[in-house]
Design a binder for this molecule. Structure first.
Ligand code: ADP
Ligand SMILES: O=c1ccn([C@@H]2O[C@H](COP(=O)(O)O)[C@@H](O)[C@H]2O)c(=O)[nH]1
Length: 204
């Protein structure tokens, strides 16, 4: 299948999911969306207290091979069963979501440009940018409200793994992007990307 794969990267709290989900809402079932976070490795044998302390911001935390295989299958016109991650359990859930092949596929995640094999699959690479203080403030609120965390835990995790990994693995991928956009709620950037996707979808 002739399709266009768009990678959307950026630090935690930058607004990647906000931007991606706005596009998903705009195009509904006409595009496919995959989230790298759903491909965090299964950790069934690791006790919860241990899982809480693990480094989720290193490329090795992900089963990227599965994402690569599923992207290749979608490109071949086959549907795939994507895993669904449960942040409150720090583990993959037992649920799956069926994703059908589409002409435009979005792939979102902090480290989607860090893996060369994945990066090479993207026709368009977008990096969502936001200042570190804004990102951590947003993350504190989101993780407490939506991901079952407490403030002390979010701060501890940010200082021990999230921040150092961001500067080691996420930030260095910014220059690899085709487009750097200023926040997930940037209306001009949203309209530019939306118009481009409309053009791709309308091509015969
Ligand atoms: N420009 C913005 N201004 C204020 N809040 C924002 C903005 N962008 C995103 N948020 C909020 O910040 C939190 C993190 O955004 P999210 O899109 O989940 O970031 P990411 O996927 O990059 O981690 C969410 O609760 C979201 O609603
Ligand atoms: O079990 C987990 C898995 C991931 N995380 C954190 O999630 C973010 C990535 O998601 P964003 O939506 O881009 O913020 C990453 O920084 C991990 O630290 C987690 O805390 N627990």
């Amino acid at each position: 299948m002739n399709c266009v794969i768009i990678g959307i990267a950026g630090g935690t709290g930058s607004g990647k999911s906000t931007f991606t989900n706005r596009l998903k809402d705009a195009f509904c079932d006409n595009i496919a969306v995959l989230y790298h976070d759903n491909y965090y490795k299964r950790q069934d044998g690791v006790p919860f207290e241990e899982r809480k302390k693990m480094n989720y911001d290193h490329p090795e935390a992900f089963e990227t091979e599965l994402l690569l295989n599923q992207l290749a299958a979608l490109r071949n016109g086959e549907s795939v069963e994507c895993p669904i991650y449960d942040y409150s359990k720090h583990n993959r859930s037992d649920k799956f979501v069926k994703v059908e092949p589409k002409k435009v596929i979005l792939v979102e995640g902090i480290l989607v440009f860090a893996d060369e094999r994945l990066r090479d699959m993207f026709d368009i690479k977008i990096f969502v940018e936001a200042d570190a203080d804004e990102r951590i403030l947003r993350r504190v609120i989101r993780d407490v409200k939506d991901r079952g965390r407490d403030i002390e835990g979010v701060v501890e995790q940010y200082l021990t793994t999230v921040k150092p990994m961001h500067y080691l693995y996420v930030e260095p991928t910014k220059p690899l992007a085709d487009v750097i956009i200023n926040s997930g709620m940037n209306e001009v950037a949203f309209q530019l990307v939306k118009t481009n996707i409309e053009k791709i979808l309308n091509q015969g």
